[in-house]
Design a protein around this ligand. Structure first.
Ligand SMILES: Cc1cc2nc3c(=O)[nH]c(=O)nc-3n(C[C@H](O)[C@H](O)[C@H](O)COP(=O)(O)OP(=O)(O)OC[C@H]3O[C@@H](n4cnc5c(N)ncnc54)[C@H](O)[C@@H]3O)c2cc1C
Length: 331
């Protein structure tokens, strides 16, 4: 894997992430030192997916003032005009957007910079801006989870503490491995079930960690095992498999790691501080409690939600702070 040295890494290519890149280039940062990572195959995926085709995109959405403080701004537009405006912003500013790439880990280094690991590369960056919106959701299996066991079935490991329990993790990517490692550390007896015969999607560190746990007898790995449904069994979760030789196993908790993350849980994994009402705390210029790490757009817009213009404006505010405290640039 190659490592890239950046001034700014942006996660999420929606209105907030794209305008952040534009603000950076307009402030004098070389566009070759800025990368945007987008997990979808196209930018502004939320707009493409959730806006009806004939929708009028209003500049004063939800009654917010249509006042632009930064470099980017829109009037009332159609959906396709909005997407074209964002396309052109990427093109004119020569922004590198890496599609179908997902960040899975972020570390703060001793020199104050960050190392960001994605499923395809590694980046070292002086500043990191998260602009992933609020619409990400964990993927769920296509069978129904009985209501009697819902409190024992999980789609992440940060919403409820799981300890001293017999757990099955279902999945074969990096999150699945990280869940097994973390839950084992917390004193759980963890097995992993994956429907394929190898962990091709998992990075090497996570594969090695899993196999080490297996060698030490701390986890069992069931490859080629296909869970097809869950049932309640004496207050526990019976997992039914399609395999004839082992059609069922019983666990106290089942955790799915089938891809997709809810933004709140992604942020908690980054160790950002949250308020009592479970909102990420952002300070001046949308900086988090981790120095040099910023949250912009809908993510930091609060419970009332944001708009395209408020996303653009949040990038401008973040850029002012970044030029003041971290990078050589001028807003
Ligand atoms: C139905 C609907 C109608 C709306 N109408 C209007 C309107 O008329 N006018 C208006 O101003 N606003 C409107 N809004 C609000 C507006 O769309 C949002 O405020 C704006 O899109 C927020 O931009 P954002 O970049 O913060 O997030 P998003 O637009 O959600 O973009 C986030 C991007 O990050 C990507 N992403 C997510 N997770 C990851 C990850 N882990 N790694 C990498 N990439 C990731 C997503 O695929 C997406 O491309 C509407 C919202 C909805 C839902």
């Amino acid at each position: 894997m190659s490592e890239h040295n950046l001034e700014m890494l942006i996660i999420g290519a929606g209105p907030a992430g794209i305008s952040m890149g534009v603000e950076a280039v307009s402030s004098g940062i070389d566009s070759s030192k800025v990368v945007i990572i987008e997990k979808a195959p196209e930018h502004s995926y939320m707009i493409r997916k959730f806006y009806p085709d004939q929708k009028l995109v209003t500049a004063n959405y939800k009654g917010k003032a249509a006042m632009c403080s930064g470099v980017m701004c829109i009037p009332d537009y159609s959906k396709s005009e909005t997407l074209t405006y964002l396309d052109q912003a990427i093109e004119k500013n020569q922004l590198e957007v890496r599609y179908e790439e997902t960040a899975w880990k972020l570390e703060k280094l001793e020199d104050g910079s960050f190392r960001v690991y994605t499923d395809k590369s590694e980046f070292k960056t002086k500043t990191c801006v998260i602009a992933i919106g609020m619409m990400g959701k964990p993927n769920k299996p296509d069978y129904k989870i009985p209501s009697t066991i819902r409190d024992k079935v999980h789609f992440d490991i940060t919403s409820k503490k799981i300890e001293n329990s017999k757990v099955l993790v279902i999945g074969g990517g990096d999150s699945a491995s990280e869940y097994v490692q973390y839950l084992s550390q917390e004193g759980n007896k963890v097995d992993l079930s994956y429907r394929k015969d190898s962990f091709a999607r998992m990075n090497e560190i996570n594969q090695v960690s899993l196999f080490t746990l297996e060698k030490r007898g701390e986890t069992k790995l069931f490859l080629n095992s296909n869970a097809i449904g869950l049932e309640e069994k004496d207050g526990q979760v019976q997992v039914n498999f399609s395999e004839e030789e082992c059609p069922l196993r019983v666990y106290e908790n089942v955790v799915y790691a089938l891809g997709g993350t809810s933004p709140t849980n992604f942020l908690k994994l980054l160790k950002i501080e949250f308020s009592g009402t479970d909102e990420p705390i952002v300070k001046d210029g949308f900086e988090t409690s981790v120095a040099g790490l910023f949250l912009i757009g809908d993510l930091s817009a609060g419970k009332r939600g944001g708009s395209i213009i408020s996303a653009f404006n949040s990038s401008h505010e973040a850029m002012k702070k970044i030029c003041n405290d971290y990078l050589t640039c001028k807003v």
